[in-house]
Design a protein around this ligand. Sequence first.
Ligand code: SF4
Length: 284
Amino acid sequence: MAKHVKTIEEKSIWEDARQMLRKAERDGVETAWDRLAQQTPHCSFGEGGICCRICTMGPCRISKKAPLGVCGADADVIVARNFGRFLAGGAAGHSDHGRDCIEAFYAVAHGETEDYHIKDEQKMLRIAEELGVATEGRELLDVAKDLALEFQESFGTKRDTIAFIGRVPEQQRESWKKLGIMPRGVDREITEMMHRTHMGCDNDAANTLLHGARMCLGDGWAGSMIATEISDILFGTPSPRKAKVNLGVLKADQVNILVHGHNPIVSEKILEAVNEQELIDLAG
Ligand code: SF4
């Protein structure tokens, strides 16, 4: 069957993106869509998750003719291991965003930086009280030092669970306990996923996937939640407002800097810098 080449209208529902794709086509600039076309059809073993490259006895591909890898892993185990490592990469990236925020917050608390400040003091005190950090009669920065440590503990292995576990509804907590998926710490769950999915370790697909759930809960209820709370403390709690989005933000008569990602540690500083007169003059 002839390969269907997508039209620009099929590639995006947004007019701004369509305009940009037309311009790329006119200018001969390669986009992800061109590379996708070159990569299609994808490798069916890779797409089905039944290709394993975890050890040097492989790579092994599962088929009717060869239903087990060299180590004896079947399709279910290989799919679960691949999916588990896929999740581990996402949880690591997502939670490292939280770690960056903790490092900035720690530096503020210890007076190691002038670049970041506590903007929402009330929020910081509220979170400190929620997590059992004493606030009464204490200097703000002393509370911040203890709170930064409290956040760091959610990444390590010193304790048996994460700081914000108290936010999880009781019934939910009970079902996590019953399933054995109560997250213990961000780094611990990610490391355990890498360990379990190594050759000859966890050869029970359902068990691997349950650990995937535990690891993702650690990311969501610790790494990401901490990142959100610290962002509010350092940069102010946001409120809804109307704003321009997508490629419509580009301006022909200005220097356009596109920052990828939603980690505010760098983007907030760029935002401050672009409003400095010296840079405005340089742009002119
Ligand atoms: S872990 Fe097993 S299935 Fe994977 S590459 Fe090694 S031998 Fe093959």
